[in-house]
Every structure is written in C-alpha cells, then in structure tokens.
Design a binder for this molecule. Sequence first.
Ligand code: NG6
Ligand code: CA
Length: 526
Amino acid sequence: MNFSTQKVIRTLRLKNDLVTVFTFSLAVISLLPTFVFAQKKQKPNVIFIYADDLGYGDLSSYGATKINTPNIDRLAKEGLKFTNAHATSATCTPSRYALMTGNYPWRKKGTGVLPGNASLIIPVDKITLPQVFQNAGYKTGAVGKWHLGLGSPSREINWNKPLLVGPNEVGFDYAYFFPATSDRVPTVFVENHNIVGYEKEDPIEVNYQEKVGKEPTGLENPELLKLRSSPDHGHNNTIVNGIGRIGFMSGGKQARWADEEIAHVFLSKAEQFIEENQKNPFFLYFSLNDIHVPRMPSTEFKGKSKMGLRGDVILQMDWTVGEILKKLEALNLDENTLIIFSSDNGPVLDDGYADKAVELAVGHKPAGVLRGGKYSAFEGGTRVPWLARWPEMIKPGTVSNALICQIDLLSSFAHFFQQKIEDRDATDSFALMDALTGKEKTGRESLVNQGGALSFTKGNWKYIEPNNGESFNKLTGTELGNDPKPQLYDLSKDIGEKHNLAGQYPNKVKMMADELAKIKEAGGSR
Ligand code: NG6
Ligand code: CA
C-alpha cells in the first residue's frame, strides 16, 4: 500500500468516524424529546368507578330533573359523555365477568347472578383487565362489590380460613371488597384473603339452602326489621343490621357491616389506595355498593333527595365521586388520571325492599327515554351512563354516540400499552381507545347484549331473539323484552323500542339473526 492510498484510507476512516459520531448525535438529539417526555410523563392512572343498578336517566347530566348529581356531571362537563355505551348484560355478575375477561358471559354456563357462596367464575389462566395493567407496570386495586365468586369450583368455601382464589389471584394487587351483593350473606368485608374483624371464637357459616344458627329471619320475625322486605321477593332469611338478607349466616358478629357505613368504608379504602400509589401508575376498580338494594344511606344523606332512599343513595354516590375528584386534585394527580364512570346494568325501583322507591319516583324516569330496565333485553337493561374525564387527553364537554361496551376495556388498554393478547383470550373485546377518549366518534360495528334474551345491535338496528320467558316481571315492574316472536327496532327513530318492525322487514330480521348466530358459533373473534 503506498502512502497516498494509506492517506485516502485514513481520511475515509476519519470521515466514517465523523459520520458515525454525527449519526449517533442525531439519534440522541431525536430521541431526547421522547426521553424527556418519558421521564416527565407517567402513564395515566385509571380509575373505573362502577355504579350498581344506576339507570340511563338517573343523572342530571343524562336528563334527570328531579335529582341533581353535580359531581358526576363534572365528569361530563370536563370530559366526555357517551350516549350509546353498554354493559354486556342486564344484571351484575355477567356484566362484571365480561368487563374482567373480555368474553361474552353467555358463552359460559354459571355466569348469572351468583349467590354469596359461589366459587370464582373468572378463569385464572386467561388474561384479565387488571392483569393488562399489571403487565404495564401498574399497581392494581379492587375496592367494593365483587360478585364474581371466591375459591375453587367444587370446593365449598370455608369462611374461617384464608379466602384464597379471589381478586388477588386474577390480577389485583390489593382488594377490599364484599363477596356478593349487600342483600346477600355473608355481610362482611374481605381485605385480600381475610375477613375484616374476624374472630376465631365466633366462626362464620353461610348457607343458601337452609337456616344455620339461631338468629331470627325476616320470615319468622318481620317485627325486627327496620327496612321491610317486599312481599314475594325473598330477602327474608337471616336478619343483619335490621335487614333481611338472601341466604342464611351465623357467627362473625363483630365482622358484620353496618349498611349505613358501606359507602364511607369503600371510599376511605379507595382514597387510601390512591394515596399509597400516588408515585406509580395505578388502576383502581372502584365498584360501588350504591345504588343497589338494600338502599341504606349514611345519616347525612337520609331524606336529602326528597325522593326516598333510592334518591338519597344517588346523592351519596355522587358525593363519593366528588370525594375521589377532590383526592386526585389534592395529590396533584387529576390531570393525568383517566376516570371512567359507568353502571353494571339498568335501573330497578322495587328490587326486594319496601323502600318506597316506586311511590317516591314521581316524575323521575330512571331509564330516561329507554324502555325496560335491569333484567330487560330492551335498551334500559344495558345502555348505561358512561362518562370519562382525562384532562390531558379528553376535550371537555365532548359528547359521543359511538357504540361502546365495557367488554372493550380489556383490549383497548392492552392495545394502548402495546400488549399482545393471545387469540384464545378476550375474544369478544375490541381495541377502541380512540373512541373511548372521544378522538373518534365511531365505536363498534355491532354488539350482543343480554337481558333474558340476547339482542344484536348493528348500526341503527336492534334485533331481539325470540324468547319464551315472561314479558313482564310483576315483582320488579320491568318489561323484560321477551317475546316468542322476533323483534326488530330502528333505534335511530325509535330509541324507546315501541314499534316492532320485524313483520315489515323480514330480510333484515334474517340477516340480523344470521349474524348473531355466527357470533354465537364463532366462540368469539376479535
Ligand atoms: C336478584 C334479587 C335482587 C338482586 C339481584 C342481583 C330476588 C327476587 N331478587 O335475584 O334483589 O339482588 O338478584 O342484583 O332475589 S345484581 O345487580 O347484583 O345483579
Ligand atoms: Ca347491578
């Protein structure tokens, strides 16, 4: 190699080095904003507030005039209000099963309203909503109503041992909850695996078939009740805190809750979880007891609504949401926290207790413009309020009529965190983050809902499968939407589902029935 060749090579090398240094610097400079952004921006906290049995017409932001819900309305004013958002089902357990698993509940037996001693119905080997957050580095908490069972199938729950296989085993780092509903035994709170206030000298027994222990029941001693049970509904087994429950229990006297305290206890646990996790991103599933029966608000809310106990617990629920907002503001977390507020199914007035909900609801329409309510295949059963506030991402005062469902949260967040979901998991859940934050105004193309009968909504059309169940439930006063003949409604002109157009559009009926049949057969596809 002669001198000049060496020189050329050296120059080239130098040039190369310079190019490398230059390229490297460029890369650093271009990455810098991302780095700084990542340093500054924490992933958003997410709080899902799940009301129980709250109807489409129960909030002032959804048109209620007899009741005022300023705190929840703030979510609408400062965020996004959906007009076509759904729970999958018209009762609690199936809606929550869908929320947690991303699977339609009617695909699996045993996902109906559970007794308080049922075993866990969420599979422990499939992805769940809280696990999506755990995988993204979040701390996850469940506070409130559970109603998805505890313990392994085929094994009876021993209430005197740690309660294994529950919220902690399906993705919640922390859980403070009651097992079923507040009208079902056992009437105790559970923190992770342990009953709060449990004393081993007073063991707990629970039975849904026959009486256990010697305590009075609503049936034998109605004079002991402070809130009478409605005739024929049941709710007349063991009396706890002056209220007859579904199911019998004995023992655990110290551990039993006072209904008037439930909202306060859950709120304080939710606040504690937020406070303890303020430094890291968190997901809080805040599953309220309000406004489910027995409606027994704390003293400061009694009589406040002038609409009876049902109105009073709506105000209590609204106050709870206000307290959460205050907490976030105090901790300087409210800008980067996404709060979603929704309900697990539509409204009901008489659901088992003589609390005058029917008599005092004069002029108030719990389902608003919708027909039916809790238990119903009509829109009132599953179309629910859904508000979302996230100042950093959601434009205040947005309204969206996108068709969305709680079942979509799982895939939406998985997609948001760039997680891959196994094909066999969350098969009915769609990734719709842009719709959920109001950036896009279209959501799902179609949705299957579950009252007694299944319904299929696509665009403006809704088809309800023929069903031989009773059309009207006398106990709750609900139109159930069951009809042995197919039903077809044009929701764009007839949101109240008054005019069955099935006779007029037989081809449309067939198309809708066929599509529903395909979804049922498919076992779910994303
Ligand atoms: C029903 C109860 C009702 C309520 C519901 C569950 C009777 C007659 N009615 O079986 O009071 O507890 O179950 O509500 O027992 S849910 O919101 O949790 O689905
Ligand atoms: Ca419910």
